[in-house]
Design a protein around this ligand. Structure first.
Ligand code: FES
Length: 197
């Protein structure tokens, strides 16, 4: 978020950064934010500093005006509150961007077959096993980072088959297109997936 704020400031884009926390003393990056060239666009909201500075979500979000995007990052419960608020204010799903601290990826489900189109290698993904692990077992390495369906690093193009998306990275529209998937956590609804790897 802070990196994005620097980039937006450099490009002269309008934005506000709202930082919520339990208390100032337990919050990171405050000194950097106070010194940043966009310090005037940073608004802090701490649980122990009184009602006057409490985040008024509806007011901050406005009515989902054209061109306004929301980026939210934090613990799951907080993000769900922000996202529900944005939907209530009329934000479309493409204008709501999420970065979770951590999620529990559900790897359960029946086994299926994955074909790595470039090498022609075929691998069986067992129940409870990730595609990532199954591919590694036949020597196919995929770039990864979070392994929780959060960061997008393991994104692969889908050439055939229907993914069972378990990530929180792709938008609902991207998931519905079924032409790409995150192999660290997502599975298959079809018996076979052909991936462009
Ligand atoms: S490694 Fe982060 S989404 Fe797969």
């Amino acid at each position: 978020m802070i990196a994005m704020a620097y980039a937006l400031e450099q490009r002269g884009e309008a934005f506000e950064l709202h930082y919520c926390g339990r208390s100032r003393s337990r919050s990171a990056f405050l000194a950097e934010l106070e010194r940043a060239p966009f310090a005037g666009k940073v608004f802090t909201h701490f649980d122990d500093e009184g009602e006057a500075q409490t985040l008024d979500l509806a007011k901050v979000l406005g009515q989902g005006e054209a061109g306004v995007h929301l980026y939210t990052c934090g613990p799951g419960g907080f993000m769900e509150w922000v996202i529900a608020g944005a939907r209530a204010q009329g934000y479309s799903e493409e204008h709501i961007h999420k970065e979770y601290f951590q999620v529990e990826a559900d790897a359960s489900g029946q086994g299926f077959e994955v074909v790595a189109a470039r090498s022609g290698k075929v691998v069986q993904v067992a129940e409870g096993q990730t595609i990532l692990d199954a591919l590694a077992s036949v020597g196919i390495k995929i770039d990864i980072s979070c392994e929780q369906g959060v960061c997008g690093t393991c994104l692969c193009d889908v050439l055939e088959g229907e993914p069972d998306h378990r990530d929180v990275y792709l938008t609902d529209e991207e998931k519905a297109a079924n032409d790409q998937m995150l192999v660290c956590c997502s599975r298959a609804k079809s018996k076979k997936l052909v991936l462009d790897i």
